[in-house]
Design a binder for this molecule. Structure first.
Ligand SMILES: *Cc1c(COP(=O)(O)O)cnc(C)c1O
Length: 407
């Protein structure tokens, strides 16, 4: 009887192994900085989401240790019992101010925030409209909420409008998009999506995990970039583990939205509050991210330099102005082999392949951080040039030397 589960699991494992899609951990020995030691070897990494270089910032660490002294580590209870401290309250106020919305509510992770929003806002008779390339947590959120889901073509407001027209119902409709797409680095056309959503009486939710802190002069994210407020984007989700270099997430919006989430989001109600010390650290990170505009300026300079370098070596410049700069190689084996060769040269750039991205669009996903230097970006471009020039176009080596490097 129990043999069933074991046998099926082994079969699935054999299947991914045979297709060269095995995922494995790397073990990082030290802080999240561009120069790091992974699996015992020094590498230059281009794969973290620490876009502003705050994950190892000593001021953020100092705020954490101050919070630790004040509150200890464990929150000990859910927010609605007695796990909600003044540090949490201060962070929520800061995030509301940062996003220009009346309220913000903390969640332990972005994944949980997305599950919480959907289970609160939509039910069995409602419909969500999702960009085809939305993050997995948004897809799962709709499944768990039990609502109907319609996917529209990537970044295509015209197709969204058609989907909305097809679904003439009197029930709730929610349009959901990533602000910056996590595997492509392009921006959603938020003004057009907002316009379309409003026209059809739907709410727009933006998951700005990769935009907040990075886009906009003071880091206001993709909404800041386009100058959109709460009327356009009533539901804004952001994470603290990416540009803000810490961990956790939040949803910002109206009083009604936040009270609704507080009362009804099961991923808020039935889980232990994040440690207060983490909230204290995130508060410091939000302050630094807002003030230190040079981080975004330096990042923009690095993105431009990388783009120019890629063009020089005959690759196309990735579409987005975000720090996510993918090089699409198409074939999964080719992407995996390229990543392995880069690693041999001491560069850690992950190969991203199906099912994380659509079939035939395997890629190297380069991400830049404000802690990278221009010289490091130049080294990446030179190494890419050497590595890709030596690879036949239809290379399909699923077991390259140096181990697999899939995400
Ligand atoms: C990373 C990410 C999440 C999940 O956030 P976590 O805090 O890491 O759980 C959600 N949405 C998008 C678009 C992301 O990139």
């Amino acid at each position: 009887m129990n043999g069933w589960i074991e046998a099926r699991l082994r079969e699935r494992l054999d299947h991914v192994r045979a297709r060269g899609l095995w995922r494995r951990h790397r073990t990082l020995n030290g802080p999240q900085t561009p120069e790091q030691v992974v699996d015992g070897r020094p590498v230059l990494a281009f794969c973290s989401n620490d876009y502003l270089g705050l994950a190892a910032d000593p001021r953020v660490a100092a705020a954490a240790s101050d919070g630790l002294g004040r509150y200890g580590l464990g929150a000990g209870a859910a927010h609605l019992v007695n796990g909600h401290t003044r540090a949490h309250a201060a962070l929520e106020e800061a995030l509301a101010a940062f996003t220009g919305r009346p309220r913000a509510l903390l969640f332990s992770t972005g994944y949980m925030a997305n599950l919480g929003v959907l289970q609160t806002l939509v039910g069995r008779h409602d419909t969500v409209f999702e960009d085809r390339l939305n993050h997995a947590s948004l897809i799962d959120a709709a499944r768990l909420a039990g609502c109907r889901t319609r996917r529209y073509r990537h970044a295509d407001p015209v197709h969204l409008a058609r989907r909305l027209r097809e679904q003439r119902t009197e029930t709730a409709r929610l349009v959901i998009t990533d602000g910056v797409f996590s595997m492509d680095g392009d921006l959603a056309p938020l003004p057009e999506l907002a316009h379309t959503a409003r026209r059809y009486g739907a709410w727009l939710m933006v998951d700005d995990a990769h935009g907040l802190g990075v886009l906009g002069r003071h880091g206001g994210g993709s909404c800041g970039h386009f100058g959109l407020g709460m009327d356009d984007v009533p539901v804004l989700m952001g994470t603290l583990g990416k540009a803000f270099g810490t961990a956790g997430a939040f949803v910002a919006g109206s009083e009604t939205l936040v009270e609704g989430l507080t009362q009804f989001a099961r991923t808020y109600v039935y889980t232990t509050a994040m440690p207060a010390t983490l909230a204290a650290a995130a508060l410091a990170a939000v302050g630094i991210a807002t003030r230190e505009t040079w981080r975004r300026e330096h990042l923009a300079a690095l993105i431009a330099r990388l783009g120019a370098g890629l063009e020089r070596i005959g690759l196309s410049r990735p579409p987005g102005a975000s720090p996510i700069q993918p090089i699409v190689l198409g074939d999964t084996g080719r992407a995996i082999a390229a990543a392995a060769r880069l690693l041999e040269h001491g560069l850690l750039v992950p190969a991203i392949r199906p099912p994380t991205v659509p079939e035939g669009t395997a890629r190297l996903r380069i991400t830049l951080s404000a802690r990278h230097t221009e010289a490091q970006v130049d080294r990446l471009v030179e190494t890419l040039d050497r590595v890709l020039a030596r690879m036949p176009p239809e290379h399909t080596d699923l077991n390259p030397p140096g181990g697999r490097t899939t995400r």
